[in-house]
Write a protein that binds this ligand. Sequence first.
Ligand SMILES: C[C@@]1(CC(=O)O)C2=NC(=C\c3[nH]c(c(CCC(=O)O)c3CC(=O)O)Cc3[nH]c(c(CC(=O)O)c3CCC(=O)O)/C=C3\N/C(=C\2)[C@@H](CCC(=O)O)[C@]3(C)CC(=O)O)/[C@H]1CCC(=O)O
Ligand SMILES: NC(=O)c1ccc[n+]([C@@H]2O[C@H](COP(=O)([O-])OP(=O)(O)OC[C@H]3O[C@@H](n4cnc5c(N)ncnc54)[C@H](O)[C@@H]3O)[C@@H](O)[C@H]2O)c1
Length: 230
Amino acid sequence: MISYESYPIMLNLSEIEANCVVVGGGKVASRKISSLVKATSQVVIISPEINPKIEKLLESHNLKWIKRPYQYGDLQGAVLAFACTFDPEINSEIAKEGKEKGVPVNVVTSAEESTFYVPATISRGDLNISISTQGASPALAAKLRRNFEQEFGQEWEKYVEFLKIARIKVKNQIPDSDTRSYIFNKLVEDDAIFDQVKDTNRKDLEYFCDKLLKQLIENGRQQDETKNRD
Ligand SMILES: C[C@@]1(CC(=O)O)C2=NC(=C\c3[nH]c(c(CCC(=O)O)c3CC(=O)O)Cc3[nH]c(c(CC(=O)O)c3CCC(=O)O)/C=C3\N/C(=C\2)[C@@H](CCC(=O)O)[C@]3(C)CC(=O)O)/[C@H]1CCC(=O)O
Ligand SMILES: NC(=O)c1ccc[n+]([C@@H]2O[C@H](COP(=O)([O-])OP(=O)(O)OC[C@H]3O[C@@H](n4cnc5c(N)ncnc54)[C@H](O)[C@@H]3O)[C@@H](O)[C@H]2O)c1
């Protein structure tokens, strides 16, 4: 029998016309909802009770709360579901409905019954570092996240923003894919560029980018000429 692995993706939930259903209103549900609201406002919470943190999120993000226990059918039309009750049997029922309806379900009491896991994550602008042990050790995922948080400071946000600006410019200006790829690799290999970006004001980023690209394009040309001569 083939043994499959999990498929890691980044999901643009706000672009999908469907709800994320969170069943349960305790500590774990509030952690999942806190990260969900960064991605979408289409969040429906189903629980007889919710904790104060979720209450605040409900108000600030205009979420929907259905104040009752889970019942079969709650996953109808959902894009994702989170089974966050303390009752493993209820969570199993939610997982079963998800499998039946093709809705991925995260079961917080059982890695085995989950059809997706939430990784530990750090974000620096467009840079996202996600760590998953697929349920083998959530504590390790959290510890590694803390380590990466130290290693990847806020300056990475500006650096990735700069790389994005550069990428758009290079794609617009350079038709040859070898030269493009030479420049993209140079931009990430040279630590001096990282240091310079770090010390450049956001408003000067574009100017710095133009200057640097001019230089890199010239270097690329010179290399091509040398190659053609040899
Ligand atoms: C990453 C993170 C994301 C998040 O939840 O946002 C996350 N768990 C986190 C923390 C954490 N969870 C637990 C502890 C206590 C120590 C320990 O048990 O190790 C700690 C540590 C802490 O709190 O620091 C207890 C726990 N977790 C699960 C079970 C059930 C089981 O094992 O079957 C039990 C036992 C419950 C019980 O005691 O009965 C299951 C899952 N937890 C997952 C994700 C998924 C697998 C992720 C992976 O392995 O990659 C999965 C399968 C499903 C899911 O929930 O998505 C978040 C860190 C965020 C961060 O800090 O950055
Ligand atoms: N996956 C993880 O990351 C992780 C981490 C720690 C703990 N856990 C496990 O997750 C479970 C939940 O933890 P918690 O701290 O959030 O618990 P909690 O007791 O604070 O919250 C449980 C919530 O579920 C609601 N609930 C109970 N029965 C329900 C039903 N039938 N329908 C809808 N809602 C219902 C309750 O009203 C409550 O709001 C625990 O069993 C815990 O062992 C998971």
